[in-house]
Design a protein around this ligand. Structure first.
Ligand code: MN
Ligand code: MN
Length: 363
């Protein structure tokens, strides 16, 4: 039967007969290739099928040679560690959950609506695999995470590390600072918690202490350590005194509520770069309200909106020379409907897209 439709003068399809309605048919509901067995490649298939296990199904580049051969601009690194957790564990499963978040629909064609950029057009992004962490050996884990991140950064790409609890920021940020030395690095740290404790039950390297260790050891200067989103009832007054002595700068949730996130983030960027010329970004997913990021070990009510965090990450990465990043404290056993893993995945994607936008605008 002849089609009742024809192409009009402007390429618009118009009905040639108006006396009868068209038939509603689904006889040709599929487009398919000549060989339907091979028409979709591993990359084309959805994230849950023919799963490579890498972030966004990106190519693996698990050692130094592969990283150099790939000419990677950005490399994902997993740090599956939760031995530093003070409360509810599970963040060791974070890298796997973030990689498997049901959000990747074909990396080749990804396009950021937010930034009007195709990230993979401008950047080569690979997955460098995990640091070789084994359970129960906490200090060894911190050492191999440091070594993994240092090797990745030394091979060229910007490492984006998937935690893991926040203890991984001590070895990871130190590795990036060591790589860029003698350049000085500023740190922008999103978190409900300051993570500047002296110790937790005698342990100096738990997830409540990494920021103090980084400052004490001289990887970053106190005034260039800038915290965003702090709230709740920890740490105690004594630790805030230590933070003031070190010249740390922080922006509480109360300040974000009063001034708005964008103005606060603009200040945070200026403070981190007050001396240094590059930034390490650390995102504890618990900076977001537990209503939007429930899958975390130490939820704290009254946090940022998911969209505020994503916008803030774009704002930071668009304005600074990003030399390293981590997204930590995603604890899948406490997640619901993968909402926290999805947000963590998107946090990484916003950083990658902002890096791509910077690259695109510099061309
Ligand atoms: Mn933290
Ligand atoms: Mn936290």
């Amino acid at each position: 039967m002849a089609s009742p439709w024809r192409s009009g003068p402007h390429g618009v399809w118009e009905a040639s007969r108006v006396s009868e309605p068209p038939d509603f048919r689904l006889e040709h509901s599929e487009l398919h290739g000549d060989d339907e067995f091979t028409e979709y490649t591993t990359t084309d298939l959805p994230y849950y099928s023919d799963w490579r296990g890498s972030f966004e199904k990106l190519p693996w580049a698990a050692d130094d040679d592969a990283l150099r051969a790939a000419g990677a601009d950005v490399a994902i690194v997993g740090a599956p560690l939760d031995e530093g957790t003070s409360s509810r564990p599970g963040a060791r499963f974070g890298p796997r959950a973030i990689r498997m978040a049901p959000t990747a629909w074909g990396s080749d064609s990804a396009w950021s609506i937010q930034l009007d950029v195709e990230p993979y057009e401008h950047l080569t992004v690979v997955d460098a695999g995990d640091a070789p962490v084994v359970p129960t050996r906490f200090e060894r884990a911190l050492r191999v995470i440091h070594e993994k991140v240092f090797r990745v950064a030394s091979a060229g790409p910007v490492p984006i590390v998937l935690g893991g609890d926040h203890s991984i920021t001590y070895p990871s940020a130190a590795a990036v600072a060591r790589h860029v030395w003698p350049r000085k690095v500023g740190i922008v740290h999103f978190d409900a918690h300051a993570d500047t404790g002296a110790d937790q039950w005698g342990n100096l390297y738990g997830h409540g202490e990494p920021m103090r260790r980084l400052i004490e050891e001289g990887w970053v200067a106190g005034p260039n350590f800038v915290q965003v989103g702090l709230r709740g009832y920890w740490p105690e007054r004594e630790t805030w005194g230590w933070m003031r002595e070190q010249g740390l700068r922080w922006h509480t949730m109360v300040e974000i509520e009063q001034r708005g996130s964008e103005a606060v983030i603009a200040d945070a960027i200026a403070e981190a770069l007050d001396g240094p010329d590059c930034v390490y970004l650390s995102v504890d997913i618990d900076v977001v309200d537990p209503g939007m990021a429930p899958g975390t070990g130490t939820p704290e009510s009254g946090g940022m909106l998911a969209r505020e965090l994503l916008r803030a990450v774009r704002q930071v990465v668009e304005r600074v020379d990003l030399v390293g990043m981590d997204v930590v404290e995603v604890s899948p056993p406490y997640d619901h409907a993968e909402v926290t893993a999805i947000l963590a995945h998107r946090t990484v994607m916003e950083a990658i897209s902002a890096l791509a936008a910077r690259r695109a605008s510099s061309r």
